[in-house]
Design a protein around this ligand. Structure first.
Ligand SMILES: Cc1cc2nc3c(=O)[nH]c(=O)nc-3n(C[C@H](O)[C@H](O)[C@H](O)COP(=O)(O)OP(=O)(O)OC[C@H]3O[C@@H](n4cnc5c(N)ncnc54)[C@H](O)[C@@H]3O)c2cc1C
Length: 563
């Protein structure tokens, strides 16, 4: 068959799963082409926290917290969907730490293991930390300039004023001002301002952190290994011959090119969270693409195309759910993580009542928003209600301490509500003043008594992780009582879908009967997640995306497990 170009491995999508696969193959001498639909590469992965959930890592053991892979298996098995096979879970649990070590060697990515508790502490096999790992920083001066310029931007929550990239330890220093905090912040600021070559050119920070650091490390290594990456080059269709996928039609520079892939095609094109039709069909609770915090190109193209070639799908009604802020004029919803665990705030539904432990992990909070939605008490939107102490100290999405109300953006002013009393605030939110007053009074009484009897906010280690350590006895609890009062809507949203193509333990795409489609692989959110409908811990989306990317490349290019 005639091709315009022939490679060994064609990777569709340039997020973390796709780049790990591409790098692994390129380092073993394969001719690799990554095609990216957007003008920017890196996907939602680059805008993410870059955290990966890796059971049994050597880093955790070295920090004095050895893990047990059988416990990790049991934890996932208990949480995931019945249609996820034991073999898939085992493949993940057994290979996640191998992938982490390999990525460390191949791309110099340094990860640190964190005391970040799993999201379901009540489930056997969970741990109070050390499975979540975060990448260290990398300076973009090490990158090809064009690659840096075309990299997907960090999420607004991961950068100060949308410019200066942060690590979590640095945001904590700024927010909670522990001893020596100013040294940490001073170093970040000086590093930014003294990067003269860049300051003369652009406000963008070259110190990459979190998701941009992970993708930065991967891209540097991929370029060094001689891999190719085409931007604005979407997958149009897969080419199949005698039941085997042998390449794809790719739109590139105004033409449709036939690209042959002798060893395989790896689909790593993200979920379908930006496809309005698919959302309406499968995610009716949050049908608008703007409900997603994902970048805008993940429209499920590869999912639909693989289905045309007989691929089976599962759990399409599933997403990585999250409470989000939606600011008019912004293309993506903003994920709410820290806000809900900070004192001097509560979340109420449209009846003015609390309905959950606000500090729950985001996916779990999203699930409660769906479960608790009632005709007389809708939860979408809910409201984050906070007082003036919260306003002065902590962020509420884009409402940042230190920025006066008058200087907030027009979009933020459209949604933020402020009033001198709780009753007036409720009137402006179009809620019952009596109900909101009663809710706040009850919450304040429980805070003074030291325990949230209704929902146990602040009881779990995870709740306290994002609380204010200066607030005692419970860092996640503080009364809502100092005027003026504020409220901002909290919507049901997601950070990507996670139902998709059925794959096996080697990331091969399967047909309905369980037989693999030769030459076709899927990793990341285009594939149905090994986690089913659950989100076991921070990094449980990128961890599997990268691990199955690592396995897919090995299978396609016949790379030994240890190489
Ligand atoms: C603010 C935020 C923070 C997050 N933090 C974390 C975290 O710390 N840890 C974690 O595990 N998860 C996190 N997530 C979720 C995580 O980012 C995603 O689940 C993950 O990035 C999905 O990876 P992916 O490779 O499947 O998709 P992506 O990274 O989105 O990559 C898919 C790529 O494919 C491209 N593409 C789409 N269609 C085509 C086509 N037809 N042809 C060619 N290319 C195509 C897209 O443009 C995109 O670049 C976070 C998400 C958000 C929004």
């Amino acid at each position: 068959m005639a091709f315009d170009k022939t490679v060994d491995l064609l990777v569709v999508g340039s997020g973390a799963g796709g780049l790990v696969a591409a790098l692994r193959a390129a380092r073993h001498g394969a001719r690799v082409l990554v095609i990216e639909k957007g003008a920017l590469w890196g996907g939602t992965s680059a805008t993410s926290g870059g955290g990966i959930w890796i059971p049994g890592s050597k880093l955790a053991a070295a920090a004095g917290h050895p893990d047990d892979l059988d416990e990790a298996f049991a934890y996932i098995r208990a949480l995931t969907a019945p249609n996820v096979t034991d073999a898939q879970i085992r493949a993940y649990v057994d290979n996640a730490s191998r992938m982490l070590e390999w990525v460390g060697r191949a791309a110099d990515v340094e990860y640190v293991s964190l005391p970040y508790p799993d999201y379901y502490p009540e489930t056997p096999g969970s741990r109070e930390g050390w499975r979540t790992h975060l990448p260290t920083t990398v300076h973009a001066s090490r990158m090809d300039r064009a690659a840096f310029d075309t990299m997907q931007r960090a999420s607004p929550a991961a950068s100060l004023w949308g410019r200066i990239n942060w690590l979590f330890s640095e945001t904590n220093a700024a927010l909670f001002r522990p001893k020596g905090w100013w040294k940490t912040i001073g170093k970040v600021m000086l590093g930014y301002w003294f990067d003269w070559p860049q300051r003369f050119k652009s406000p963008r920070d070259r110190r990459l952190t979190l998701g941009t650091a992970l993708l930065g490390w991967l891209r540097i290594a991929y370029d060094e290994a001689g891999g190719e990456l085409w931007l604005q080059s979407p997958l149009v269709s897969l080419i199949e011959e005698n039941g085997r996928v042998i390449g794809a039609v790719v739109r590139h520079e105004g033409r449709e090119l036939r690209v042959g892939a002798e060893k395989g095609v790896i689909l790593a094109a993200g979920g379908f969270e930006r496809n309005a039709d698919l959302r309406r069909r499968y995610l009716p609770a949050a049908p608008e693409p703007t409900a997603s915090g994902s970048q805008i190109n993940n429209e499920g193209d590869a999912l639909v195309e693989a289905q045309r070639h007989g691929a089976a799908v599962r759990n399409l009604d599933s997403a990585w759910w999250a409470p989000t802020f939606r600011i008019p004029g912004e293309p993506r919803a903003r994920l709410s993580t820290v806000e809900r665990a900070l004192p001097y705030s509560i979340i109420v539904n449209q009846a003015g009542r609390r309905y959950a432990n606000e500090a729950l992990a985001y996916h779990r909070f999203g699930e409660v928003m769906m479960a608790e939605d009632r005709p007389d008490a809708h939860t979408d939107p809910s409201w984050l209600v906070f007082d003036s102490r919260y306003r002065a100290r902590y962020p509420a999405g884009p409402v940042i301490p230190g920025i006066p109300d008058a200087l907030l953006s027009r979009g933020v002013k459209q949604v933020l509500v402020k009033a001198p009393t709780i009753a007036k605030l409720a009137e402006r939110m179009k809620l019952s003043p009596a109900a909101l007053e009663e809710t706040v009074a009850r919450f304040n009484r429980m805070v003074r008594d030291g325990h949230d009897e209704d929902f146990g906010r602040g009881d779990a280690a995870y709740d306290r992780l994002y609380g204010d350590p200066r607030v005692a006895p419970n860092p996640a609890l503080g009364t809502v009582e100092k005027a003026p009062f504020y409220a901002i809507p909290i919507h049901l949203g997601d950070i990507g879908t996670n139902g998709g193509l059925v794959t096996d333990e080697r990331a091969r795409v399967l047909r309905e009967g369980g037989e693999a489609i030769p030459g076709l692989y899927a990793v990341g959110n285009v594939a149905a997640s090994v986690m089913g409908y659950s989100y076991p811990g921070a990094g449980a989306t990128l961890g599997p995306a990268m691990t199955f990317g690592y396995l897919a490349a090995a299978d396609a290019c016949r790379i030994n497990a240890e190489d």
